[in-house]
Design a protein around this ligand. Structure first.
Ligand code: GLA
Length: 411
């Protein structure tokens, strides 16, 4: 370890309360460019889809005008490929002058004027994952200050092109540097992804102290396989991951891809349902200018959003994996309510699933259940009542279950 690293390590040790700025008491909601628009910088041949300021203004307009903002979708997040290849004469990151001619501060004003918040992307390392300028240990402070001066509200801090020691020093230092700016900024850390996502290499209690959310696992792609693989990994490791989450500290299984090309309607409902159970960030990466109604209805489902945003902030768990590839997920909610998701991982036909609330560990009592995606209510259930659900292949049935005998106005 060189002299610089030692100094930084001392700074790390002096780190006390880092990211306790009261943000993200519930998982963040919004829109992010990456999964849908990637690193398309070809504004000549693909002006509608390239990473430039117009794309973010368009998405901000859609969030406000199409009912997203009032549901809580408030962050507009720039991902990789916004930068110029060179820092300015003061060593500051700067946006590509052709694609962001107004600069980021102006874009932030546009977004703030509409009651939304702006997120930006940087990378702990020599280069971003797509080869743009990275943030090394000696530029952490200046980059945090630059983002604050532009009015940025959220930083996604990736980890390409760095080693585990630089990450161990850099992620806490960025937390401290963001705090020192005095501007409340949400801080999303990709650190766990780069060290395998699990203890002992990942210290989730430290992470919860310095970051508001963190990417644990691989990048989502536009396919059901990808969604399924992510859910499988999170569920297989839920004993390590689930306790790490809570208000102000969230696991991030990555973006919602609903409205793109890879998911059927049933699979889209499944992603929404499972992200709600997992208390995951609801950050869409799709084209809000061209979204079909089925995707819109799923993403704007008020009960699914309310379950995701529940104020207790307890992440749910996979309860059961049946031999016939039906799985049951459960999340406790405030006021003793709960949510259940019945997922079919089958590929044949709608399957009938016979169970009772008692089998799912519910106490005795009289229940009713609200079916989140069909809007129907199942009444007259007590814990031992046998019921049968029909679950489509790669689809879900999602229930909101209020506390027995209290009829809450969720719907
Ligand atoms: C990594 C991240 C992605 C995205 C790309 C950008 O792969 O995990 O979410 O930010 O980098 O290059």
């Amino acid at each position: 370890m060189g002299p610089l690293a030692v100094t930084q390590l001392l700074a790390l040790i002096s780190l006390t309360v880092a990211m306790d700025n009261g943000l993200l008491k519930t998982p963040p909601m919004g829109w992010m460019a990456w999964e849908r628009f990637r690193c398309d910088i070809d504004c000549k041949d693909d002006p509608e889809n390239c990473i430039r300021e117009d794309l973010f203004r368009d998405m901000a307009d859609r969030l406000v005008e199409d009912g997203w903002k009032e549901l809580g979708y408030e962050y507009v997040i720039i991902d990789d490929c916004w930068m110029s290849m060179l820092r300015d004469e003061h060593g500051r990151l700067q946006p590509d002058p052709f694609r962001f001619p107004g600069g980021i501060a102006k874009l932030a004003r546009y977004i703030h004027d509409r009651g939304l918040k702006l997120g930006i992307y940087a990378d702990m390392g020599t280069h971003t994952c797509m080869g743009f300028p990275g943030t090394t240990l000696d530029t952490i402070n200046i980059d945090a200050q630059t983002f604050a001066s532009w009015g940025v509200d959220y930083l996604k801090f990736d980890g390409c092109s760095s080693n585990p020691i630089e990450q161990m020093l850099g992620y806490p230092l960025m937390s401290k540097a963001l705090n020192a700016t005095g501007r409340p900024m949400a801080y999303s850390c990709s650190w766990p992804v780069y060290v395998g996502g699990l203890p002992p290499k990942v210290n989730y209690s430290l992470l919860g102290d310095i970051c508001h959310l963190w990417r644990n696992y691989v990048d989502i792609q536009d396919s059901w396989d990808s969604v399924q693989g992510i859910v499988e990994w999170f569920s297989n490791n839920q004993d390590d991951l689930q306790p790490a989450a809570g208000p102000g500290r969230w696991n991030d299984p990555d973006m919602l891809i609903i409205g793109n090309f890879g998911l059927s309607v049933d699979q889209a409902r499944a992603q929404m349902a499972l992200w709600a159970i997992m208390a995951a960030p609801l950050i869409m990466s799709n084209d809000l200018r061209n979204l079909d109604n089925s995707a819109r209805f799923i993403l704007q489902n008020k009960v699914a959003v309310a379950i995701n945003q529940d104020s207790m902030g307890i992440q749910g768990r996979r309860l059961l994996q049946e031999k016939n590839h039906i799985e049951v997920y459960w999340r406790p909610l405030s006021h003793s309510a709960s949510a259940l998701v019945f997922l079919s991982r089958r590929t044949d036909m709608p399957s009938l699933y016979h169970t009772s609330l008692a089998k799912l560990k519910y106490d005795t009592g009289n229940y009713e259940a609200y079916d989140v995606f069909t809007g129907s209510t199942v009444t007259g259930l007590n814990a031992t009542t046998q019921f049968t659900l029909s679950i489509n292949p790669s689809g879900v049935v999602m229930w909101y279950v209020p506390l027995p005998s209290i009829k809450r106005k969720m719907y």
